[in-house]
Ligand binder design. Structure first.
Ligand code: SF4
Ligand code: SF4
Length: 115
């Protein structure tokens, strides 16, 4: 069997802890295959005069049936939350199976060499 190079664009891994739900990848993706749901939470830090508001990620999906593997989302992310993984064994017999949810995208992290 031919070995897949470590730098191959197989699948994109998500680090949900680093993702700030900034939506830049969603806006930059030319195929509109990334979807994000998030909500805002109030955070009051000790000594702060005013609370601040942070976006909290609820759901992040990539539809591999639409993705053209251009890598724009990985390049555009300012928080290093997206990484290429050479893993490519995720074929599905139905279109819904090509939509990877947050946890599945996070599971690819262990195989992402740049991480
Ligand atoms: S650009 Fe990065 S930090 Fe912003 S929503 Fe996308 S993955 Fe998350
Ligand atoms: S690789 Fe390109 S097409 Fe695929 S999700 Fe990222 S920006 Fe969109």
């Amino acid at each position: 069997m031919t070995e897949v190079p470590r730098q191959a664009r197989g699948v994109i891994a998500l680090d949900p802890v680093s993702c700030t739900s900034c939506m830049i990848c969603v806006r930059e993706c030319p195929d509109w295959c990334i979807e994000i749901d998030s909500h805002t939470e109030e955070v009051t830090e000790p000594g702060a005069r005013r609370p601040r508001y942070v976006a909290v990620l609820d759901r992040f999906t990539i539809d591999w049936g639409l993705c053209m593997y251009c890598g724009i989302c990985v390049e555009a992310c300012p928080f290093d939350a997206l990484f290429w993984s050479p893993e490519h064994d995720y074929a599905s017999q139905d279109a819904g199976g090509l939509v990877h949810e947050t946890q599945r995208l996070a599971d690819w992290l262990s195989s992402a060499p740049q991480r």
